[in-house]
Design a protein around this ligand. Structure first.
Ligand SMILES: [Zn+2]
Length: 199
């Protein structure tokens, strides 16, 4: 069942957070050339907003495994896609906001219907968008205990800093460094693919 109150809070978040205007960059795919993944402010406050508002993406409050505050479940076929959010989720906390931006980036890729694409590259895009969001607001997250995650966040922060200083096209080298950091995570396999079939 979807949660109307949570949905309203997410819509408010998407339509009022000024930091979205800084999330504007392109990242080159190494796997699907010559594809450039692109994110831009309207992806959040217009496209993802509309998808959630119209229930093309259902918002679901759900007890999730430890360490997972939220996740996006892209379902192939006639079923609604689902944004699952932990009952502990606190939208006033910058770290949780960043997680939400991360998940909304996955929704944005799904909306675009680019087809099956590298899971690791999708994560690279989502971590970078989250890092831009956080740095643009001068917000900070606590230090991550897991060294693999800490390395991912640090690498994404480095890219975010360049984007905030005017870089639009992320270099292949920077993208590769982040994808490599992500591939060290046990849940992500090099060959795994994520669907993107519209919402
Ligand atoms: Zn992700």
């Amino acid at each position: 069942m979807s949660d109307a109150n949570l949905k309203q809070r997410l819509l408010l978040f998407l339509s009022t957070k000024a930091n979205f205007k800084f999330i504007n960059f392109a990242m080159p795919s190494q796997v699907h050339r010559p594809l450039w993944y692109k994110v831009y402010p309207q992806a959040y406050y217009r496209d993802v907003y509309e998808a959630i508002k119209n229930d093309d993406v259902e918002v679901e409050q759900k007890k999730l495994p430890a360490g997972i505050p939220a996740r996006y479940w892209s379902r192939v076929g006639p079923w609604d896609d689902e944004l699952q959010v932990s009952p502990l989720f606190n939208l006033n906390n910058p770290f949780w906001q960043m997680i939400l931006v991360h998940e909304c980036t996955h929704i944005h890729i799904d909306i675009q219907g680019i087809g099956k694409h590298s899971t690791a590259e999708g994560e690279a895009l989502a971590y970078t968008a989250g890092a831009v969001y956080l740095s643009a607001g001068g917000l900070k997250k606590g230090k991550e205990k897991d060294p693999i995650l800490q390395n991912i966040y640090q690498t994404a922060d480095g890219i975010a800093s360049k984007i905030l200083h005017g870089t639009y096209r992320v270099s292949a080298g920077d993208t590769q460094a982040l994808v490599s950091a992500i591939l060290k995570h046990p849940s992500i396999q090099r060959k795994s693919r994520t669907p993107s079939d519209g919402v």
